[in-house]
Ligand binder design. Structure first.
Ligand code: GLU
Length: 281
């Protein structure tokens, strides 16, 4: 059975881009007689706000989106994410990183696929004593995946199946190493997006991950986490991103208009959004 999900981060009101993502996921499940889940990705303690969670749920209901089963809140599952980190750490795949953003930016010699400075590996080679000293002194730290070791444990080519609205569909070869030693546990808030999202898709039995094309490269990394943890590999359908009249991507951070302020009835929004799904979607 097909299981999809919509997984918004509650960092702003629901806008047209969200409506596209939610209806796309719902449509993929309903047309196949499958299940559609709602997950609130509220572990970013800097940006997630309970009032946005309430507003998102109310706006989805207003739009006529209906999900199966209870809503999953990531903030209620931090212990499960910690257990994943511990399992990876027990295999020597995780190390603490004490670097500041400024230090990383200064020493970095490349960019990751999501356009962050590639981590130069400073703390990977930290002498054991020095690492223990930093930890004992309570210096703030993130935890990173040792990509070299992770790849050595999973040396075979990794693939996933793509059926979305991007230019490449079919069997996609992954290049997780392009992310370098990614952060899996953040300094300032719990688990990284990558760890939490991949864990949750596995435990919730999601078989078709639908999400925006901006997250396509991250899937390479998620595929590696699946291989390391022995999790099932879902299919993926990355959908196009809604842009405003000027062609800029609608993002919560640029103050995209909330759905209800568009002055359109829910049925009109649904019709407009779903008319945009590509023919094969
Ligand atoms: N929570 C993420 C976001 O709102 C989406 C995660 C996903 O669908 O994989 O951007």
């Amino acid at each position: 059975m097909i299981v999809t999900r919509f997984a918004p981060s509650p960092t702003g009101p629901l806008h047209l881009g969200h409506a596209y993502a939610a209806l796309y996921a719902e449509h993929q499940a309903r047309r196949a007689g499958g299940r559609f889940l709602l997950r609130i990705e509220d572990i970013d303690t800097d940006r997630a706000r309970p009032e946005f969670t309430r507003a998102i749920i109310a706006d989805l209901a207003w739009l006529g989106v209906t999900w199966d089963g209870p809503v999953r809140y990531q903030s209620a599952h931090v212990d499960a994410y910690r257990a994943v980190l511990a399992a990876l750490a027990a295999r020597g795949l995780i190390y603490p990183c004490f670097c500041t953003r400024a230090e990383i930016a200064r020493k970095s010699r490349g960019r990751t696929p999501d356009d962050a400075p590639l981590y130069p590996g400073t703390c990977r080679d930290l002498a054991h004593d020095l690492r223990q000293k930093h930890l004992a002194a309570g210096h703030p730290h993130a935890f990173r995946l040792d990509m070299g070791r992770a790849r050595a444990l999973c040396p075979e080519p990794l693939y996933y199946r793509e059926s979305g609205e991007t230019d490449q569909v079919g069997r996609i070869l992954c290049h997780p190493e392009r992310f370098g030693d990614v952060v899996l546990w953040r300094k300032d808030s719990p688990a990284s997006y990558h760890l939490a999202v991949t864990h949750d898709d596995a435990v919730q039995g999601v078989t078709l991950v639908t999400r925006g094309a901006d997250l396509r490269s991250a899937t390479d990394l998620h595929r590696l986490l699946q291989a390391l943890m022995g999790w099932p590999v879902p299919d993926y359908a990355h959908h196009r991103l809604i842009t405003d009249e000027g062609g800029a991507r609608l993002a919560k951070t640029t103050g995209a208009a909330g759905l209800r302020s568009l002055g359109l009835a829910p049925a009109a929004i649904r019709a407009r959004v779903m008319a945009g799904f590509s023919a094969h979607g």
